[in-house]
Design a binder for this molecule. Structure first.
Ligand SMILES: *Cc1c(COP(=O)(O)O)cnc(C)c1O
Length: 449
């Protein structure tokens, strides 16, 4: 084991924020062995969203304005960059504001909606009310009657349940959401309000998913959306990159060999960030680089990437608690599907502590007026992890990024928060403000081997 790896492992078990650079990253010489099926899947998801846009616009008042497109703004974040001491010579900072997505209020609006639409399309097709690829002709009263005989179920720490529950119920499906103990009360209340059945579990995310999976197995009219193992979810997330590319171009932001795009995405089970990484690889190749960010107590994807072949460790095996206020990231064991896709696509992994998440959440509110939940703030630590550690600076030099920094765009993917009750957000901001007397992780001078 190299010294670097030893030191990353020490940080993980000590629950210290850390940076791991992927030796198998595309710029490290590995050419992506991903099958073209994966890239086809991304295009297929994009087409499905387009086919269903008229139906979504008719079903959700929130989506009428965008003609049924589920989109979020791309924002320049100069004020946030200043408070993070990210100097313009080190690149510009932008935010992909998925915390503000319509309907579900998180990045799960992309994956969850796509997985639900795919099931709707399949059921409609099997029952002869939908000629393939002609979803706009779907007769909604007939479809609703048909869908009411089918159940869509999901296991979740909260946001995926919220997304699947809201989209599936609105299309007429019976919906069951299995929630883990970490799921917030307001998410359960909102789901019950739209008619979803919410089953509360005392255990963690993994147990909620397992319960949903086993219950659905015995029901021929049930479709289970498996957060630990679902390509349709992943493709739904990946389709976001097409939208991002259009927004970058419209705002005059170049992405090419001379103008790298560095993307920082919060990571739970791995599906959403792996989808984004896949979309980035499909669209930008090696000109976009992706880092996932996990809580120090729940670094399941980093643990998986560092494990030996055949192993599938949980964060408990590493001596960690799995407990974090970042409920969207409170996952003990990684998706093997997501990690197998991410392992040759990403440049690295970053971990961050909960105090820093609140600190960053408050900064995002103070500087840019962004309403984030704790999970959604994780990506903001990204540039600091690269510039504030010896390992990060070595990576920038090794990949010749250091000489292109002024032409680099650092893109923070903010992943949830819109539906957060105002008083919860206010309490988070106050907590974060109190923590701002403590410096953020990855300050200069840290000895990280
Ligand atoms: C689910 C979620 C993530 C991470 O997605 P995974 O697919 O679990 O890795 C990040 N942020 C928020 C707000 C989420 O809800």
């Amino acid at each position: 084991m190299t010294g670097e790896l030893v030191s990353v492992r020490e940080d993980i078990v000590a629950a210290r924020p850390t940076l791991w650079v992927n030796p198998a990253r595309p710029s490290g010489g590995s050419s992506s062995p991903l099958s073209s099926d994966l890239f086809d899947g991304v295009n297929d998801a994009r087409d499905r969203f387009a086919r269903f846009a008229p139906l979504l616009a008719n079903t959700f008042a929130d989506l009428r304005r965008t003609a049924g497109a589920i989109t979020s703004p791309l924002i320049g974040a100069e004020a946030l960059a200043r408070t993070l001491n990210l100097a313009p010579r080190n690149g510009r900072l932008m935010v992909k504001a998925d915390h503000d997505l319509a309907v579900a209020g998180s990045i799960k609006a992309r994956g969850g909606a796509h997985a639900v639409l795919r099931i709707a399309e399949q059921v409609a097709h099997e029952h002869g009310i939908l000629p393939v690829n002609k979803s706009q002709a779907l007769d909604m009263p007939a479809a609703r009657e048909l869908f009411s005989h089918f159940r869509i179920s999901v296991g979740s720490t909260g946001n995926l349940g919220l997304s699947v529950g809201l989209f599936a119920s609105s299309l007429g499906f019976a919906t069951t959401v299995h929630m883990s103990a970490a799921a917030k009360a307001w998410k359960k209340a909102l789901l019950r309000q739209v008619g979803a059945t919410v089953i509360e579990h005392q255990g963690d995310y993994e147990e909620a998913v397992a319960a949903g999976r086993s219950q659905a197995r015995h029901d021929t009219h049930a479709h289970f959306i498996d957060d630990e193992n679902s390509l349709p979810l992943l493709f739904g997330y990946a389709a976001a990159v097409e939208e991002l590319a259009e927004q970058l171009a419209a705002q005059g932001v170049q992405v090419d060999a001379d103008h790298p795009l560095m993307v920082y995405v919060p990571c739970g089970v791995g599906g959403a960030p792996a989808g984004i990484a896949l979309g980035l690889a499909a669209k930008f190749g090696a000109n976009a680089r992706c880092f996932f960010v996990e809580p120090v107590q729940a670094p399941c994807v980093l643990g998986q990437l560092l494990s030996a072949p055949g192993e599938h460790p949980s964060v408990y095996d590493l001596g960690l608690s799995g407990l974090t206020e970042a409920d969207g990231l409170a996952v003990p064991r990684a998706s093997l599907l997501a990690t197998s896709i991410a392992k040759t696509l990403i440049d690295g992994m970053i971990t961050v502590d909960d105090d820093a998440l609140f600190h960053l959440l408050a900064l995002a509110d103070q500087t840019e007026g962004l309403k984030l939940e704790p999970s959604a703030a994780a990506g903001i630590i990204g540039p600091r992890a690269l510039f504030g550690t010896a390992r990060g600076r070595r990576y920038l030099a090794a990949d010749h990024l250091d000489c292109r920094l002024s032409k680099t765009t650092h893109l923070v993917w903010t992943t949830g928060g819109k539906l957060l009750p105002a008083e919860e957000h206010t309490a988070f901001v106050e907590r974060g403000r109190r923590l701002q007397t403590t410096p953020l992780p990855f300050g200069a001078g840290r000895d990280d081997a």
